[in-house]
Ligand binder design. Sequence first.
Ligand code: CA
Ligand code: CA
Ligand code: CA
Length: 467
Amino acid sequence: MYPASRWVLLAAGLLVLAGAMLASQIENASRENPARIDQSSPTIGKTIDAGNRNPASGGYDGYVRLYVVEPISRWKDLTNRPFHYGFLGLALDTAVFVQYLDTLRISKTWNGNLYGFGNITEGNIEVEAVVANAEGHLGTSGPGAVFTAHYVDAAAGAGPGETDSSVVKPGYTHTVFIEDGSTTWCPNCPSINTVLHNLHQSGLYNFHYIEVITDTCINQPPVCRNMYADDYMGEYYNLYYVPTCYIDGGYEVVIGGTSDPSDIYQPIINSGARSVNGPPELPTVPVGPSSGLPKKSYSFTTSAIDQDPEIKLNLSTSWLGNATVKADIEVIVGYQPSDQIRYMWDWGDGQTSGWLGPFSSGAVAAGSHTWSQIGNFDIKVKAKDDHNAETSWSPVISMAIGTPGDANNDAAVNVGDAVYIINYVFKSGPSPQPQASGDANCDMAVNVGDAVAIINYVFKGGKNPGC
Ligand SMILES: [Ca+2]
Ligand SMILES: [Ca+2]
Ligand SMILES: [Ca+2]
């Protein structure tokens, strides 16, 4: 697969133990200058249009990003070779929600003159398009440097006059996307640049990559700060070391330089095999009794559906002249067989059920609970799928736990309650409050037997209602 001799020599000296790999690689990374991250003046922000989002119905909840890059970068690494696919800016970064079987179409232009890149050329410009999942995962860029990873589920790249589509190949659920955080002064960046370039040129792996160079000259930033790249890597990834490769939005993070291609192609393979997932839809409002008695078990049901998205991303790039490129994209969202679902109930009394299941998607799922105290309790349920993608909590229903026999809800059980029950059963009087509190003999029905039970208790030393 590879010109083996080239790699064997370069790989010599690298540890092969997986657990030691990260530590080894960090030795080949340089600590970024803390001044790099200028939080006070972010120039790139996520555009979240809440009006577009409706995660309770079936579809894909995510982000669309368009990166403008130069295949042969204007910036060079420490060995005076140009970076490849060097990041110039984001043409688009927006939250999207696409219903299943629907197609989202977006056209976007990017004018280099507006960003100090009026000298880009038609022959050396490209747009990389990605679709990233809205579900957030914890990622880490280094000690204490955490970020929220949104896994990339589709990627495509095209220069002017070209089209490209995300590709599903054997072993891949999607096209993988790599962002390499680099600087021009970084001693270990050239090795990873070479690995990325060679892997990409080989065509053996289903991925696109960009190099995000956070400075533009071989002096320490911020003198040469590349504000668009620097803000991007700071805001999205909390970049800590250079080089660091973020694979699929941070599903895998490779820190440090390496000359061993397997350090990159293995994470590409791992990331490519990852399921493109969507969380279950919001569980239905729980169904069950609205009142009950202490120390009795009550059952409630709900259901939810899980359909996982299949995303096709089509990109067409054109050159409009005057340093302006245009990208037209289509995001086509289908769906595929779903995951099984687990449910967690919150019983409103400080207790939860833990995760129950699995249940088939759409199947009615029951949970039951016994309350020990009287009172009103709000019951809600949430769901998660096989990939631990969780929903929010469902709407609540209220459960009133009453005192057996205290039909008139005056905090005492006496002859007044027997009268109240007689009145309810025979004369259409008001119902017990809550209903279950009229069930003095705990046989799950309110009838004359309950009035008799109260009389026996009050006048004849019968069994204490409370069952
Ligand atoms: Ca799912
Ligand atoms: Ca009473
Ligand atoms: Ca009864």
